[in-house]
Ligand binder design. Structure first.
Ligand SMILES: Cc1ncc(COP(=O)(O)O)c(C=O)c1O
Length: 449
């Protein structure tokens, strides 16, 4: 990787990690990207962040954006609207779960989540329930880097050093094999938090329906979702889904909510809506929520400069068109389970691999200490980082994390290729990832001996 990479402190960029060397990616085509030295990488992370769901170099999407830009690139949304914005909202309502009837555009995932928090809060105020502000959410989550979204997770490691700015919300542990295989402990924890904060003060339950980087491809059992629906009914809070990653096809449905036994009141979505060709996100809003504003103040005026801009909405329209015309939701749904099995099979005799999870093209590998098959790996081994660096050397991009100090998950790898990835490239990704994990597992075993 050395030639096509640049040391963080050798440039003027303020990078995320100052002791990392960053491959300088100069072009992309399909599921491949290439660095400045000509080294090619299989992009098993859809652009690194799961945004580039349709692969790189899509001339049709670029052309749709360019056509709109030539006609009208930008107008603001507060006093003006534009055809792509109107059309994209209408199309999102068509593909959304039933009852979600209004769309507010934003420019990214954290903005979508933050706006969902604001809409939920304003909804209660509109209805005269102004005490409701608290949000309850799973602790092991990531909803974005803004203050409100950082405040939604229960992860001290993610929140430091911003704690003083963050509101204190209630959290519940994940229903993983380690903590709560049935989902009942999570419901009990939810009841406990409701009791502590007082259900009359709760605005929303906020979560990813299927988790991305924080706990790859995890979703609580059905029992939890049914219990949540029942508590929503009883206590009157809203359910908000962060579908920033899962929205627009990633799990083999338009929205992951469509796989679950309850319909959320708000859905925040982003990445796959622009597919890496435009910065666009959206909040989808249940009709009942919208009606509170319609019957109340008739205003919700918070917004950003780029919300609903014609050029980004034109890209969003083309993204939906490509997904429909190439039948990509069906493809992800059909191929996803086999891809998970392929990955699980390739890793089946690696003692460090505890679980391979998958929902469509959102897959995750969970590692444990090979000595007992269940403890977190010792953090000082830095397994997640070693996996990603080794993968890069092997020419495949994955995304691993080590939230061990937060107490809910250890080292883990996310694998989320573009929906358009040819099957030969998918197999090659699996092979390279398996070779990576094997190499790192051998190193780990030598260190633990
Ligand atoms: C589940 C989830 N929510 C929210 C976000 C934040 O989105 P953005 O980076 O577009 O603000 C991310 C980003 O990775 C995410 O994975």
């Amino acid at each position: 990787m050395a030639e096509g990479a640049i040391a963080a402190d050798a440039t003027r960029v303020f990078p995320l990690e100052l002791d990392r060397r960053y491959p300088v990616v100069v072009k992309g085509d399909g599921a491949w990207v290439e660095d400045s030295a000509g080294k090619r990488y299989l992009d098993a992370m859809s652009g690194g962040s799961m945004a580039a769901t349709l692969g790189h170099g899509r001339r049709d999407i670029i052309a749709a954006g360019a056509r709109q830009a030539a006609r009208l690139a930008y107008v603001h949304n507060e006093r003006l609207t534009n055809p792509p914005r109107e059309q994209l909202a209408a199309q999102l309502v068509e593909i959304a779960p039933p009852g979600l009837s209004r769309v507010r555009f934003v420019t990214g995932g954290a903005e979508a989540n933050e706006m969902a928090i604001q809409i939920a809060r304003a909804y209660h105020v509109e209805r005269g329930e102004s005490k409701r502000w608290q949000v309850i959410s799973p602790a092991q989550a990531y909803h974005g880097p803004t203050m409100a979204t950082l405040g939604l997770t229960g992860r001290p490691g993610l929140q430091a050093p911003f704690g003083p700015y963050l509101p204190r919300h209630g959290h519940i542990p994940p229903s993983t094999w380690r903590f709560d295989p049935t989902g009942q402990a999570a419901l009990d924890a939810l009841d406990k938090v409701l009791e502590e904060v007082g259900p009359e003060n709760v605005s929303a339950y906020f979560c990813e329906p299927i988790t991305a980087a924080a706990l790859p491809a995890y979703s609580p059992p059905d029992r939890f979702w049914r219990g949540l629906a029942e508590r929503r009914e009883r206590h009157g809070f809203l359910v908000c889904f962060d579908e920033v990653v899962t929205g627009v096809g990633r799990t083999g449905q338009w929205f992951a909510a469509q796989k679950l036994p309850l319909v959320p009141d708000l859905i925040a979505t982003a990445k796959g809506l622009g597919a890496g060709y435009a910065a666009i996100g959206a909040v989808l809003c249940a009709d009942a929520v919208y009606q509170a504003f319609a019957a109340g103040s008739r205003r919700f005026t918070l917004g950003h400069t780029w919300d609903g801009a014609p050029m980004s909405c034109a890209v969003g329209l083309k993204v939906l068109d490509v997904i429909r015309s190439e039948r990509l939701i069906e493809r992800v749904r059909k191929i996803g389970p086999g891809l998970r099995d392929q990955l699980a099979h390739a890793l089946q005799d690696v003692a460090m691999v505890r679980e391979v999870r998958g929902h469509g093209f959102l897959l995750g590998i969970e590692y444990v200490d090979p000595r007992d098959g269940r403890s977190f790996l010792p953090p000082e081994l830095g397994v997640a980082r070693r996996i990603d660096l080794t993968a890069m050397e092997m020419g495949v991009i994955v995304y691993s994390t080590m939230p061990t100090r937060d107490g809910f998950a250890g080292d883990q790898t996310l694998f989320a290729p573009p929906f358009t990835t040819p099957e030969t490239d998918l197999s090659e990704m699996v092979e390279r990832v398996a070779a990576t994990v094997r190499a790192v597992a051998a190193w780990v075993e030598s260190r633990l001996r």
